[in-house]
Design a protein around this ligand. Structure first.
Ligand SMILES: [Zn+2]
Ligand SMILES: [Zn+2]
Length: 388
């Protein structure tokens, strides 16, 4: 028996939970899980009712706490934010009749009630009580995240000045940290306001096509590549403002030996960054508007003109008609997403012509170089990809 509970009802709930715990769990229906969620919310409603009385009677003073929030932090081990939300709900919900009733029945979740009460803190209880007829049907319909839009909408309507203050506060706290770590890995983190986040998200989504079945990358990895692709397109498009009188441009310094993968050849040097692997150098140099600066072992500049390295527009048009998009077997990324790949690298003497080149999307181009895959033409002229 659980001791120390003065309420027989609490004892009964506790016993019922023991029974649930003793049940053998095999097949579980969705209805059962939904009911458990509802019961949790109903219990939260009962806690809120009692916390309201505890707060009103300053029950926290009994053990020397200075507020209900501090009492909850210490005795219920809640974070400060969670404790403040509990108190906000306890103080507001009793004055919002429809919300209280729906909460007690478990028709709306604790998260929805917390959103409504936070709005009451901001707009005043009376204003929110007057809007319950809008809020309650929305709370029953929408998940807690989407419901946040509804309360935010109400705030914008009833308190545009407060909403503007919040928005300006959000904008003040935006930042992006981009730092190179000791290994040459870059770390990126940041915080964007709603408009900035939505803008970036829209651009990244446009550069994140549906993954092909053989694409094992996590969405986060595909997003990272999309972000870099966004930057690369801007650099290649040449629309960026000039820096120190020249168009911003990333260059790579490398040697012929590196591009030919000769034993003992040095890695390539990327502007702003650490040395890059020779396979990466070969991919970058394969067909890119990034200009590889090729030097010999004495550092003398060797000229490999654009003709030799990059696909001339006429050839690219031929490849677009032939390959349609990425030429990797099974890949359906469109031609706009591709660059040219030399089946035999130009640094190894491969010509830049129709037979020796194919269009590849960024992911498959990577597989062909750093990934160690080998792409070649089979007997029937179709491309065959061989794993490393
Ligand atoms: Zn290539
Ligand atoms: Zn592809």
């Amino acid at each position: 028996m659980h001791s120390g509970l003065s309420s027989p009802a609490l004892e009964a709930v506790s016993e019922a939970i023991d029974q649930l715990d003793a049940e053998y769990v095999s097949f579980v229906s969705g209805a059962e899980l939904r009911e458990l969620q509802r019961l949790q919310d109903r219990l939260a409603a009962q806690q809120a009712r009692r916390l309201a009385a505890f707060d009103r009677d300053r029950g926290f003073t009994a053990n020397g706490s200075c507020s209900t929030v501090a009492w909850l932090r210490w005795n219920c081990k809640l974070s400060n934010g969670a404790a403040r939300t509990r108190v906000s709900v306890a103080r507001q919900v009793g004055n919002l009749p429809e919300t209280s009733a729906a909460f007690a029945r478990g028709d709306i979740t604790y998260a929805h009630v917390a959103g409504i009460c936070r709005t009451a803190d901001q707009l005043g209880t009376e204003a929110v009580a007057g809007a319950e007829w809008i809020l309650l049907p929305a709370a029953r319909e929408l998940n807690a995240g989407k419901f946040g839009y509804v309360t935010s909408y109400l705030r914008h309507t009833l308190d545009p000045d407060g909403a503007l203050e919040d928005a300006n506060e959000n904008r003040r706290w935006t930042y992006v940290h981009l730092s190179e770590t000791w290994k040459g890995i870059w770390e990126l983190d940041g915080r964007l306001d709603p408009e900035m986040g939505a803008t970036l998200q829209t651009a990244l989504n446009a550069l994140m096509p549906k993954p092909t079945p053989d694409d094992a990358r996590f969405p986060s990895q595909r997003r990272a590549e999309a972000l870099v692709e966004l930057a690369r397109r801007q650099l290649n498009g040449g629309d960026l403002p000039q820096v120190a009188g020249v168009k911003p441009h990333l260059s790579m310094i490398t040697t012929v030996e590196t591009l030919r993968r000769e034993p003992g050849a040095p890695p390539a040097d990327l502007e702003w960054g650490p040395p890059v692997h020779m396979e990466t150098a070969r991919r970058i140099a394969c067909d890119s508007s990034l200009t590889p600066v090729v030097v010999d072992s004495d550092g003398e500049l060797l000229d490999y003109g654009r003709k030799r390295r990059t696909l001339p527009p006429a050839l690219r048009r031929v490849l677009v008609v032939r390959d349609r998009g990425c030429a990797w077997p099974g890949c359906d990324r469109p031609a706009a997403w591709t660059s040219g790949h030399h089946l035999k690298h130009w640094a190894d003497g491969g010509p830049t012509n129709k037979e020796n080149t194919a269009l590849l999307c960024g992911h498959h181009h990577w597989l062909c170089h750093e990934g160690g895959w080998h792409l070649e033409r089979g007997l029937d002229d179709r491309l065959v990809a061989r794993p490393p």
